[in-house]
Ligand binder design. Structure first.
Ligand code: NAP
Length: 238
């Protein structure tokens, strides 16, 4: 399952996992049309997929949607969870509204607990699972104007490392991927020309370049990697 699979990095991850032979559950929040396009792209790769709508910041919606999915898919279980859905609401701390803080924390951090906890039990029972959290350079370095987003992503990085140790013996790995600047809807309001001058590779990354490492972490080849945070940022180190 890929949260926020309708667009951007999530869509590229859905396609990558489909290419690897996984049946993909594509989560979205509001953009059904884009989720349909992701499903079509998954099917064009010869893969199978389903669309599942829920708001990752709402425990009720998650439990209802995933509970329903379980009831209609007896015997199936979600082996790979990619916690990818995320939002930005940038503001300087001085001017940040409570709502901007809480929305970003709920969607980027609290969602980790709600979705992961729901799916974890079965991974542990089956002694096989992969949890991959899409975090950010912002959570490692801190970026001005993003205290809410940096805090949320840093929180997920801490949770990744803690959970990895809790469940390592059960053959369930937990890792994080930290992109720098990737060309998606999330970054379309940024001044790419100015920012790319800071990036050693001199360009924004592509969603497929993030999806490649997510695919590797989901594979059996990554069986001894857990608690890691992997940068995908064109050399823009912290
Ligand atoms: P994007 O193009 O804006 O897409 C965001 C995705 O998240 C969409 O599929 C959206 O669904 C979904 N989403 C947002 N709020 C949601 C909610 N409450 N419940 C369920 N789904 C929700 O973003 P992106 O650039 O691909 O980012 C994906 C992840 O990478 C995020 O966690 C982001 O923080 C992280 N990241 C991105 C960059 C970058 O430069 N792009 C850098 C570092 C980290 P709808 O289509 O339904 O709205």
């Amino acid at each position: 399952m890929v949260t926020g699979g309708s667009r951007g990095i999530g869509r590229a991850v859905c396609i990558k996992l489909a290419e690897m032979g996984f049946s993909v559950l594509i989560n979205y929040h509001t953009n059904r049309q884009e989720a349909d396009i992701t499903l079509q792209l998954v099917q064009e790769k010869g893969g199978q997929g389903e669309i599942l709508k829920f708001d990752v910041s709402s425990q009720d919606e998650i439990e209802q949607a995933l509970g329903q999915w379980k009831m209609t898919h007896d015997g199936d279980y979600i082996q790979v969870l990619v916690n990818n859905a995320g939002i930005r609401h940038d503001a300087l701390v001085m001017w940040m509204k409570n709502e901007e803080w809480h929305d970003v924390i709920n969607t980027n951090l609290n969602s980790f607990l709600y979705v992961t906890r729901f799916l974890l039990k079965e991974m542990l029972l089956k002694k096989m699972g992969r949890i991959i959290n899409v975090v950010s350079l912002s959570g490692l370095k801190g970026l001005p104007g993003q205290a809410n987003y940096s805090a949320a992503k840093a929180g997920v990085i801490g949770a990744t490392k803690a959970l990895a140790q809790e469940i390592a013996k059960k053959n369930v790995t937990v890792n994080a991927v930290a992109p720098g600047f990737i060309k998606t809807d999330m970054t379309k309001d940024l001044d790419e020309h100015q920012l790319k001058a800071l990036i050693p590779m001199g360009r924004f990354g592509k969603p497929e370049e993030v999806a490649a490492i997510v695919g590797f972490l989901a594979s059996s080849e990554a069986s001894y990697i857990t608690g890691a945070v992997i940068n995908v940022n064109g050399g823009l180190y912290t």
